[in-house]
Design a protein. Sequence first.
Length: 229
Amino acid sequence: MTMILITGANRGIGLALAQNASKRGWSVIGTARDPGKADKLKNIPGVRVERLDADSDDSCKALANSLAGSPIDILINNAGISPDKSKNLESFDPEAYMACLRTNSVGPLLVTRALLPNIEASGRKLVVQISSIMGSLTNAADQNWKGNLAYHSSKSALNMANILIANSLKEKGIACVAIHPGWVQTDMGGPNAHLTPDASAASILDTVEKLSVKDAGAYLNYDGKPLPW
Ligand SMILES: NC(=O)c1ccc[n+]([C@@H]2O[C@H](COP(=O)([O-])OP(=O)(O)OC[C@H]3O[C@@H](n4cnc5c(N)ncnc54)[C@H](OP(=O)(O)O)[C@@H]3O)[C@@H](O)[C@H]2O)c1
């Protein structure tokens, strides 16, 4: 049975990924910063809820200790933030910018490193970074984006980090890919977004099911189409 671990699974896209994975009959580990407030996650049949603050290396190591010896087929680094501060140069706030980089770019690396033994021990060996089209340098340049300075930059950094770790981890048979989930109706995406969390999650998991080590380093839309860097 496929074992999937999803970070930030207490709400939004992470919760929908956990619900969809469970419906597929997969074993699901969902993480939350505060499991005491993760009732929707806990209500998913058979789910295992673990505590994780992806910003903290200690928290990542504690998770790894708790999961020692358990193979993880698919790790989805979904946890992310989009701060209101530091959207442009005028409102640039170094602390808010660094906090965004910490969660969106550093966090996925800390989690992946901590859980590497679990991933290596699995049959699928797949790491998915939930990135964003907002991280596309090509689109930013071609379409004259002014954007959210902190958020866009954090996802570009995640994309680069993903290529670099993908190039080295593919030698161990591990595929690391970055996936844009679409514009999704969550606390982050807002009510006007195009996709429900359920539609985004179902499409992401359909794409994930087709991935193998030959896709290592890819940057994909939720429906599996390649995205411009
Ligand atoms: N929604 C969109 O349109 C959209 C578009 C492109 C990309 N994305 C990406 O998709 C992912 C999920 O977004 P979403 O829309 O579902 O956002 P959301 O509704 O705001 O949920 C974010 C999730 O991440 C968790 N989280 C934040 N910081 C964390 C940390 N340091 N450690 C552990 N968990 C943390 C949150 O936990 P708490 O409940 O504890 O805060 C929550 O579970 C993010 O990476 C986001 O950048 C979203």
